[in-house]
Design a protein around this ligand. Structure first.
Ligand SMILES: [Zn+2]
Ligand SMILES: [Zn+2]
Length: 339
């Protein structure tokens, strides 16, 4: 095996136009790793890219970043990996020399330079990636759980941006992957009273099963009226600007609002600024955080961290283009794709 491997991979050609294509990979370079994909989760980011709401350079061959894989071959400079090792990846680029990178905040890199090479994303049979992007996972960590390492690292980072204390009253707006993983992480971290607001019944059921104290349907419940001024921490995982306005209403005085969604470009919010001063609110944002991947992997290795419960269905790579257009992507907390 010399890296002359053929792979199928998903490419976005425009809004709603995902195609599964095939190509031959270049030989594995000295700093690269050839990975055989085991499973890849469909992320909200993939859906935003697919719908054209998150601008990317078209055609975009890097769709799929929440994946786990097996090392087939590693370059001479990637001596810490051996064939057969299982890994997840940090999908993000950073330059290493801007002010943010120099401060250790590589996820806030202002250059986002393509310093690391990637042949394609994780909706594929194989991927060739820079060894620096790879994190080892335990040999016995099921793929159904390992695919949550990247989104969980984002949740752990988000929680660390709040000054949350044991016993705090917490509202999670949105019971998708980020909301439900945040719930799981909180249930493993302390004794908090967690309310989840989510319109999809199946996701509310998962939230209840994962230990949410209260589960509300925002379509039939006046969440703002019900929780007004009572939540010490409000975590917006919806990606909807309306939710941020609700967050400011339900936050308690001196409360914290954490905006952890990837909001589509051009959104504006009806959040009333008066709440910020009158209640002395703290509003913080959080985005992905590769430096929390080791912690995410460690948490997922606990038998009680049952992230796999989020998977609504598992589909084959060939079916991905159809699935991306279907209602399934809204109904399931997570869809897993296998090559
Ligand atoms: Zn993601
Ligand atoms: Zn940088």
């Amino acid at each position: 095996m010399t890296g002359h491997m053929r792979t199928r991979f998903a490419t976005v050609y425009g809004p709603g136009d995902v195609r599964i294509e095939e190509k031959e990979l270049t030989p594995t370079g000295p700093c690269q790793v050839l990975l055989k994909v085991e499973m890849c989760g469909v992320c909200g980011t993939d859906l935003l890219i697919n719908s054209g709401k998150l601008p990317v350079k078209i055609p975009y061959p890097n769709l799929g970043h929440e994946y786990c894989a097996q090392v087939c071959e590693s370059g001479s400079e990637v001596g810490w990996l051996s064939p057969g090792d299982r890994v997840v990846i940090n999908p993000n680029y950073w330059c290493g020399h801007c002010k943010m990178c120099q401060s250790g905040l590589i996820h806030l890199c202002t250059e986002k330079a393509g310093r690391w090479s990637k042949s394609n994303g994780g909706f594929a049979d194989y991927a060739l990636v820079a060894g620096d992007l790879v994190h080892k996972i335990p040999a016995d960590l099921p793929a159904e759980r390992a695919i949550f390492a990247e989104p969980l690292s984002c949740c752990l980072h988000g929680l660390s941006r709040t000054s949350m204390k044991p016993g705090d009253r917490i509202a999670i707006l949105g019971g998708g992957t980020i909301g439900l993983l945040t719930l799981l992480a909180l249930r493993h971290g302390g004794d908090n009273c967690i309310t989840v607001s989510e319109p999809v019944a199946g996701k509310r059921a998962i939230a209840a099963a994962l230990g949410a104290e209260r589960v509300l349907d925002p379509l039939t419940t006046d969440v703002a009226g019900e929780l007004r001024d009572r939540m010490d921490v409000v975590i917006d995982c919806t990606g909807c600007s309306e939710a941020l306005a609700v967050a400011a209403v339900i936050a308690a005085p001196r409360g914290t609002i954490l905006a952890i969604s990837l909001y589509e470009d051009g959104l504006s919010s009806d959040l009333q600024p008066g709440f910020i001063s009158r209640k002395e609110l703290v509003i913080v944002g959080a985005i992905f955080a590769p430096f929390r991947l080791p912690d995410a992997i460690r948490l997922l290795s606990r038998s009680s961290f049952t992230a796999e419960k989020l998977i609504g269905s598992t589909v084959e790579l060939a079916d991905l283009p159809g699935v991306m257009q279907s209602a399934l992507v809204r109904e399931a907390a997570k869809i897993a794709v296998t090559p």
